[in-house]
Design a protein. Structure first.
Length: 255
């Protein structure tokens, strides 16, 4: 088991549909309140109150160092060249696009001022890949755990589970009649787990060291601090664009 200090970043941009409201925004140098284009876009923020929300996520995991085989090398090497099983094209495990969700709830204290919010994110992804030996060329394993050489084919299946929770204190600013910004800061923590199985099939009928299954798994729990900015740009007719950038400093244990 190892402990790590890791910095993570999250950037998301999304289109948002507004909720109806009767929000009033005070216009400078005006003796009374007047409505602005943000009316009808968000729940009212001119009084204390709670709120809840949900988000559907559609993500794809990008991960490096997931090669499981090298394909296309020569069957025989030139004289005096050592066989390293590393000539050809790498076959890598890749994730498919997958769905997840985020649920949150919070309490708003004063207009455009402070909010206390908690949220939870769950996301799970997997992917399957396969490689076969080309005619008159080789296919070899790249995982040190494998004892297979001279492969006929290889098959990979990889899974990832991601769970993260945040407890955030945020302050909201109305930059103009069409743009809202929110600064947030708080604690974060979660759990990541990966399970990866690779099936290797030898060229000859099954014998010792020809066919095997390589199983690689790890998990990582973490806790730390998160900060970031959120922006919302009102477009009209109850629609707008929302973007989020956050960065976190995490301390956790990997095993």
């Amino acid at each position: 088991m190892k402990k790590y200090l890791i910095a993570s970043f999250l950037l998301s941009i999304s289109a948002a549909s507004a909720y109806p409201s009767r929000e009033l925004v005070e216009v400078p140098n005006s003796p009374s309140k007047q409505t602005c284009p943000l009316e009808g876009y968000r729940p009212p923020t001119d009084a204390m109150g709670g709120y809840i929300y949900g988000e559907w996520l559609f993500w794809r995991v990008l991960e490096g160092e997931t090669d499981y085989a090298v394909k296309g090398g020569p069957i025989t090497l030139p004289p005096n060249q050592v066989a390293m099983n590393a000539i050809g094209n790498l076959e890598v495990a890749e994730y498919d696009w997958s769905s997840g969700f985020r649920l949150g709830a919070g309490w708003r204290f004063t207009p455009y001022r402070w909010e206390l919010e908690g949220n939870y994110t769950y996301y799970s992804a997997d992917g399957s890949n396969a490689a076969s030996r080309p005619a008159l060329q080789s296919l070899n394993s790249t995982t040190p755990e494998s004892t297979s050489t001279g492969l006929a084919r290889a098959r990979s299946h990889i899974d990832l589970s991601y769970q993260m929770g945040n407890l955030l204190l945020a302050k909201k600013f109305l930059l103009d009649k069409y743009l809202i910004m929110r600064y947030l800061f708080g604690v974060t923590g979660g759990w990541l787990e990966q399970d990866w199985k690779i099936h290797y099939f030898g060229i000859v009928p099954p014998t010792t060291g020809r066919n095997n299954i390589t199983h690689i798994s790890w998990s990582f729990w973490n806790i730390g601090l998160r900060t970031g900015l959120e922006g919302e740009w009102y477009l009209g007719k109850g629609f707008g664009l929302a973007s989020t950038f956050t960065a976190a400093l995490l301390y956790g244990q990997y095993k």
